[in-house]
Design a protein around this ligand. Structure first.
Ligand code: KG4
Ligand code: ZN
Length: 445
């Protein structure tokens, strides 16, 4: 018999029951079942059609009621008995620190099948981001109470904007995701409360996302990530974290090395502060570097030659402080000196990060690396890794620069991958946030 265009169709005839299991997509319509109908007509008296997707109901019922010979056979009806939608829509909310981010993502399993993983694909239907940089700039760092208040003022408006720009109805959402931790407790609570409130109002599940998992998985939104396979390596470089992980699957993260003192982003921020450049320091150091000479000042590359995959950036900050004090006392801290020092700081951080990643690849023999977190937006770092991947014949994948720093897209995307992987959704309920939450304690899917 001909069963058209189905991806898989185990068949069984049992005591007069004709059973077909198929993996047809809706686009394949019901041609698939024509063959089954032909086969069934000869010997069966009734048909109950069980479908895994309730959304097919109207189209398939029509097709069957037309095709089935009603005079001689009985069509017993259509039953959708569980809902497995291959496409998911997830709203993501990020409020862990000083960016209010919201995004709506549509995601689906990749051609590899129903399992989510690096091969799942996603599309950003709408996104909105409000940065609090100007609010905190005067203080040289994030003021937690001001951050929470600003999230309260901005968040609901951004959610409304994203939903209307995406043109997706609340009813079509599969989950509402929010950053559950780690981060500033008050700031996290703003996102968590709105997500839980919305989820209760529109009767949708909620998913609490780990902020670093959001960063870590964001490069996989790039279509080029199609060839990335578990296990791969990940370098997480943000304002609070510098870690090399081995990623064995969703929620399966093994920590291979991390900073024993300051994070790479912190090294950028503190050096910028010492040089009297703006806040946040990373983009400022990058901007000043373009007119500086990296070899004028000799800065240390801490732990670079040691056999460990751990990092240390506190010594770099101290070296910058010593140079700045000397320059100040000789009245030589002019703009050229600032630019040269900025270039030297950037070069030292880039050297250490590339050096440790090279070592991690050698140690693990894993040659795929994703780079995530705010420092991943740094152009010099991106160029150095591009060069590195050519020389070492490995694959290095970055999120686009605007998705390296905090945003709602990465939260929606991480949650969508978990939904596609079958993580059971939870209903809105009493909730808490986790300001401290090690990535290695994440639930497996
Ligand atoms: O991931 P992120 O937005 O927030 C945290 O979760 O920490 O990272 C912020 C960090 C800051 O330290 C900031 O200075 C750094 O990322 N950063 C950069 C660049 N853009 C942001 N560092 C170097 N170059 C950049 N272009
Ligand atoms: Zn972050």
């Amino acid at each position: 018999m001909a069963l058209h265009r189905s991806r898989f169709f185990p068949l069984a005839l049992r005591r007069g029951f004709f059973i077909e299991l198929s993996g047809a997509q809706l686009g394949e319509q019901t041609d698939l079942f024509d063959g089954a109908l032909k086969a069934a007509k000869g010997s069966l008296k009734g048909l109950v059609f069980f479908d895994s997707n309730n959304r097919h109901r109207g189209r398939l019922s029509k097709k069957f009621s037309g095709a089935w010979p009603r005079k001689t056979h009985k069509y017993l009806g259509h039953r959708g008995f569980w809902q497995v939608s291959p496409v998911v829509h997830v709203l993501g909310i990020e409020t862990s620190c000083d960016e209010t981010g919201v995004a709506l993502i549509r995601a689906q399993p990749g051609p590899g099948g129903g399992q989510a993983g690096p091969r799942a694909t996603g599309e950003i239907l709408a996104q909105a981001l409000h940065s609090q940089v100007a609010l905190h700039a005067a203080y040289g760092g994030v003021v937690p109470e001001l951050a929470s208040r600003d999230h309260i003022q901005k968040l609901a408006g951004l959610v409304e904007r994203v939903m209307s720009e995406a043109g997706v109805d609340w009813a079509a959402l599969d989950a509402i995701a929010f950053t559950e931790g780690p981060g500033l407790a008050g700031a996290l609570l703003v996102g968590a409360s709105l997500a839980q409130g919305l989820a209760a109002a529109v009767n949708k599940p909620v998913i609490g996302v780990h902020h670093l998992e959001g960063h870590l998985l964001s490069p996989l939104l790039d279509p080029a990530a199609g060839d990335i396979k578990f296990p791969f390596l990940a370098l997480l470089v943000s304002g609070g974290h510098t870690q090399i992980m081995r990623v064995d699957g969703l929620g399966r993260y093994a920590l291979l090395g991390e900073t024993i003192d300051d994070a790479a982003g912190e090294a950028f921020d503190k050096s910028a502060q010492l040089l009297g450049l703006g806040y946040p320091g990373g983009p400022e150091i990058a901007r000043w570097s373009t007119s500086g000479r990296a070899d004028r000042f000799d800065l240390p590359r801490p732990l670079m030659r040691r056999p460990t995959l751990d990092f240390s950036f506190a010594g770099l900050k101290t070296a910058v402080l010593t140079h700045v004090q000397k320059l100040r006392s000789s009245l030589a801290l002019d703009d050229q000196a600032r630019a040269d020092m900025a270039a030297a700081v950037q070069a030292a951080i880039v050297d250490v990060l590339t050096g440790k990643c090279r070592k991690a690849m050698r140690d693990t023999e894993i040659h795929q690396l994703v780079i995530a977190g705010g420092v991943g937006a740094n152009q010099a770092l991106r160029q150095a890794f591009a060069e590195f991947s050519r020389q070492d014949q490995c694959q290095v994948l970055f999120a686009p620069p605007h998705l390296c720093t905090d945003n709602g897209v990465m939260i929606a995307w991480a949650a969508a991958l978990r939904v596609l992987a079958g993580q059971p959704p939870s209903r809105a309920s009493g909730f808490s946030v986790r300001p401290r939450w090690p990535l290695t304690e994440l639930p497996l899917v």
